[in-house]
Ligand binder design. Structure first.
Ligand code: OXD
Ligand code: MN
Length: 632
């Protein structure tokens, strides 16, 4: 321990806090707290343990400091981020990298270490002046497990501390019990919301910076509150973990983990799924009748030759837009209960109820929202009309509130055994609703690496633009894309069995531009995949994999959804479209080449081979190959 910090910390801490800190007997934790106590100069520092009393203290402080406000039902609070701080700041989120790594990191928003470190430390200097701050300990994944990554968060935002208490497993005791040889290996997060206005929102957004140091596993986040920018344990930790996983040969993926429950045998089969935003990730994880382990981030490890996963989190920081009684009944019902929930960037009505976009209920014409005191028709400084809530407004909720929560899977220290991976993109005219890959490697290269999301009328900018989103993880991949893809491929080496890999696409349109199945059709695709794990359904070959037979889907639609599914719709949806697929592969190649000049040749070769196979199929069977016509 650096003796220079002793007097300083004693001056800023109660005896209880100081004793809690020193009880850890962890020099790295002590010096981290000491360094930023000195540098950011908070008024006082509270060191929290895992007790219920401390959880309550955090809730109370978030209210007392004005970062949250009580709503009408017990436990529910509302928080607003600054009007310009309501989504992730991609421009000011950077990696600070050693000179020898600058070249390989250049497409990932990197800045030279010395320059970036100097800049962030200048911004951080004195940034907590006058504030009461908190140091809190959490774990990514279950504690005392091969997956655990211990983390320490130092923040002047009690909203951040409160959100983390909902979203992550507590780990003060874990730190207390660490063996000496483990005491160096944890993630550190330093965060300051900086100066706040009278709504409790960050003022100095021009000085918002999120700088990540993957060499030392520390992230600096300054002058922000939006959870995607501020919460160390969510997307910052994810970037550190992706990098660490790359070095150590495991995986951290932007994936949900869920169990598909067979309605007859009740067997539970675990799937993990990656979907770019607005491609159906949460709605797949929450399909009625199945069970959810996690909705956003998973770690995967080879445990005794098995492909096993844990949910890194214990709560959901979910998009609230369009959560309503019809589309998301389980979540909607929970948002209406008197229980611990943080609503962010929604409208607080005159009745102190929260209101949001697409909630399927009548909403008031005035209140307080993500912009200011609000009435219908109000415009922001740029002249844009302000809606009732931000489209990226959120709820923060514990997973164990949900009736479909899989507690057994969630608590498993060795994770759950994953039998299937799902990669779901959004395109209106290329990929089929569900297809199984012939092998794990082909799944990674043709299903995961080729993921794209097509813009719609609901997103900003031109409609129908396809954005590449390999593994739905591009925003968080923290080392070169070629190496990351290799790590995905190599991860199954030496395993007894690799999971099956499936693609899904819920967004194919009919020639008239309409969706052809109900929103719940995803349940049918999931159960077909579940059956395939046990070899229960025959399939038909395509140039890229295996698709279902019509009679199996017809039966599944009837049995699971009581819906009819016509053979004509089946034929249209499951037609293999050769030219579209070759174009998709070309776009993928171009994207990889742009992101990384060192993509291994065998990856390009695999795509070229797939494209050649598709072109040969086109010669033989025509551009649009109906299900069953392709014979290899
Ligand atoms: C995201 C999120 O931005 O999960 O991916 O919030
Ligand atoms: Mn996410």
């Amino acid at each position: 321990m650096n003796p220079n910090y002793e007097a300083l910390l004693k001056g800023k801490m109660s005896n209880q806090s100081y004793n809690r800190l020193t009880a850890l007997k962890n020099k790295k934790v002590f010096d981290f707290v000491g360094e930023f106590a000195e540098h950011c100069n908070p008024e006082s520092i509270y060191v929290a343990d895992d007790s219920a009393a401390d959880e309550q203290y955090v809730r109370d402080q978030a209210l007392a400091k004005g970062e949250e406000h009580k709503l009408n039902l017990d436990g529910r609070t509302i928080h607003w981020d600054s009007y310009g701080d309501q989504a992730r700041d991609k421009v000011n989120t950077r990696y600070i990298v050693a000179p020898e790594n600058m070249e390989r990191m250049k497409s990932l928003n990197a800045v030279a270490y010395d320059e970036g470190y100097k800049e962030i430390m200048n911004i951080a200097k004195g940034n907590m002046k006058g504030k009461d701050v908190i140091v809190k300990f959490f774990a990514e994944g279950p504690t005392d497990s091969p997956f655990t990554i211990p983390c320490v968060q130092f923040t002047d935002s009690w909203y951040v501390a409160h959100s983390e208490a909902i979203l992550y497993r507590p780990a003060y005791s874990h730190f207390l019990n660490m063996k000496d040889e483990e005491k160096d290996d944890f993630f550190r997060f330093i965060h300051s919301a900086g100066e706040l206005d009278n709504r409790g929102c960050t003022v100095n957004l021009d000085k918002r910076r999120i700088y990540m140091d993957t060499q030392n596993n520390i992230v600096y986040s300054m002058n922000d509150q939006y959870a995607g920018n501020s919460i160390g344990l969510k997307k910052h930790s994810m970037r550190l973990a992706i990098n660490k996983a790359g070095k150590e040969g495991w995986l951290c993926e932007h994936m949900f983990v869920m169990a598909v429950v067979n309605p007859d045998s009740k067997r539970k089969t675990y799937f993990a799924g990656a979907y770019p935003s607005a491609c159906g990730k949460t709605s797949t994880a929450m399909v009625p009748g199945e069970q959810v382990v996690g909705d956003d981030i998973a770690y995967f490890r080879n445990i005794n030759g098995e492909f096993r996963a844990v949910n890194v989190e214990q709560g959901i920081f979910g998009i609230i837009k369009d959560v309503n009684a019809d589309d998301d009944p389980v979540i909607f019902e929970n948002l209406k209960k008197p229980q611990e929930l943080i609503f962010s960037n929604v409208l607080e009505g005159p009745d102190k109820n929260p209101y949001w976009l697409g909630m399927g209920e009548e909403t008031p014409d005035s209140g307080r929202n993500h912009h200011a005191d609000w009435k219908k028709g109000d415009k922001d400084a740029s002249g844009k009309e302000v809606g009732i809530a931000h489209p990226n407004s959120r709820y923060t909720m514990r997973l164990d509130y949900l009736s479909n929560f899989d507690k057994e899977g969630f608590d498993a220290k060795e994770g759950v055994k994953v039998e299937g991976l799902l990669y779901g993109g959004r395109d209106s005219d290329t990929t089929v609703p569900v297809e199984e890959s012939p092998s794990y490697a082909s799944g990674i290269l043709l299903k995961a690496a080729t993921l794209e999301s097509e813009t719609t009328a609901a997103t900003l900018g031109a409609e129908g633009v396809r954005n590449a989103s390999p593994m739905a993880n591009m925003d968080f991949v923290s080392y070169p894309l070629g190496e990351y893809t290799e790590n995905n491929l190599n991860f199954v080496n030496g395993m007894k069995k690799a999971p099956k890999v499936f693609s899904t696409n819920y967004f194919m349109l009919s020639p008239k531009g309409k969706f052809m199945t109900s929103k719940l059709a995803k349940k049918v695709w999931l159960h077909w995949a579940e059956g395939r794990v046990y070899g229960e359904y025959e399939g038909l070959a395509t140039p890229t994999g295996t698709i279902p037979l019509y009679p199996d889907l017809k039966k599944l639609f009837k049995k699971l959804l009581n819906e009819d599914f016509s053979e004509a719709d089946y034929e249209y949806l499951f037609t293999f479209r050769c030219t579209k697929w070759v174009e998709k592969l070309e776009r993928t190649k171009a994207f990889f080449a742009k992101m990384d000049t060192n993509i291994p040749q065998h990856i390009y070769d695999a795509w070229d081979k797939a494209a050649a196979g598709i072109k040969a199929a086109k010669e033989k069977y025509g551009d649009e190959i109906k299900p069953g016509a392709f014979k290899g």
